[in-house]
Design a protein around this ligand. Structure first.
Ligand code: ATP
Length: 316
């Protein structure tokens, strides 16, 4: 079923005054975020750590010894093409897939065998790919679902209405009647009212027009100001580089690049994303080891990488 179109008077939160533009690894935009790159150097212990995680879907090895460390206050972005293993990684952290090998540590404790609902009540909350709202329930009813087993913390339904100003007036509307961007906002609100410490965001841009994606990401500073840590998965590389303090690129279940956006070049990101030889060598980067496209990437594919117009992020 296709998503309903946006209607007049729909959600129109402001865009950032000077939205960062263009290709590459500019620091623009990120400096506004609490817990930026500094957070990593100032913190000694990660809030979330993944060690040598291997996950299979049947015979398919979707993740192969992937590791990461997310420090408090960070926005950590996982990038990569379709099928790279990004969602598998996030869902395994949330407890929805059982790893074949490796460990997940949260606040220093081993969470690898903890049930998903206990991870959620412990503070690891996910906004799933495709939103997964209850379409027949109203906006407020969906938010109440998120608040059912909430931790204590700053986020309430009223607080969500403060950051998404349109939502209060439409709280009695069924979410199936909302536009894709509005539904995404409700899905974020539903996660926030659970008062997470770590917010897992899976492909916020999926199926949304680039301008709507920018508006959604423009909310991140307000969300981060309450002390949250964010691990996000994003196919829209430009967007990920704008908001993240740290990025990691996956390709066919392997890490091909990792570092601060300011430390990696556009060429390295492209090489890591498409699996080209070379492109490594920058600070924080890892060798690009996969064969991928054998060194030839059609121009339209690299354009898509940088303009946020991957198939999944084209307008709805
Ligand atoms: P996308 O952006 O397309 O969602 P992704 O990077 O998130 O890609 P995953 O969804 O994690 O990638 O998928 C990684 C690989 O695992 C793909 O080859 C995919 O087809 C496969 N896969 C994912 N989920 C399952 C599943 N439940 N059963 C079988 N195979 C799966």
């Amino acid at each position: 079923m296709s998503e309903p179109k946006a209607r007049g008077g729909d959600w129109t939160p402001p865009l950032p005054a000077n939205p960062p533009q263009g290709r590459g690894t500019s620091d623009e935009g990120r400096s506004r975020l609490e817990g930026g790159p500094e957070a990593r150097s100032q913190q000694s212990e990660p809030l979330l750590e993944v060690r040598d995680l291997t996950v299979h879907h049947g015979q398919l090895r979707a993740l192969d010894r992937v590791s990461l460390r997310v420090f408090p206050g960070e926005v950590y972005a996982i990038i990569g093409a379709n099928g790279a293993g990004k969602s598998t990684l996030l869902r395994t952290i949330a407890g929805l897939h059982r790893p074949t090998d490796g460990a997940i540590l949260y606040d220093g404790k081993d969470m690898t065998k903890i049930r998903p609902e206990r991870r959620a009540t412990g503070g690891i909350v996910m906004v799933p790919e495709g939103r997964r709202l209850f379409g027949s329930l109203t906006v407020e009813e969906n938010l109440k679902v998120g608040a059912t087993y909430a931790r204590k913390g700053p986020w309430t339904i009223e607080r969500v209405y403060e950051i998404f100003a349109w939502m209060k007036d439409r709280r009695t509307q069924r979410t199936a009647q909302l536009s894709g961007g509005e539904q995404q906002a409700v899905a974020i609100g539903r996660a926030l009212v659970a008062n997470p410490r770590v917010l897992l965001l899976d492909e916020l841009s999926l199926g949304l027009a680039p301008v709507i994606v920018q508006r959604i990401y423009a909310m991140l500073p307000q969300i981060l100001s309450t002390g949250l840590t964010v691990l996000l998965v994003e196919q829209d590389v430009s967007q990920a580089l704008r908001v993240a303090s740290h990025i990691q690129c996956l390709l066919e279940g392997h890490t091909t690049l990792e570092g601060r956006p300011s430390e990696v070049t556009a060429e390295q990101v492209e090489a890591a994303y498409f699996g080209l030889p070379g492109g490594n060598g920058g600070a924080g980067s890892l060798p690009v080891s996969r064969g991928g496209l054998g060194g030839i990437v059609p121009p339209e594919r690299t354009e898509a990488l940088w303009h946020g117009s991957t198939p999944s992020s084209r307008a709805s």
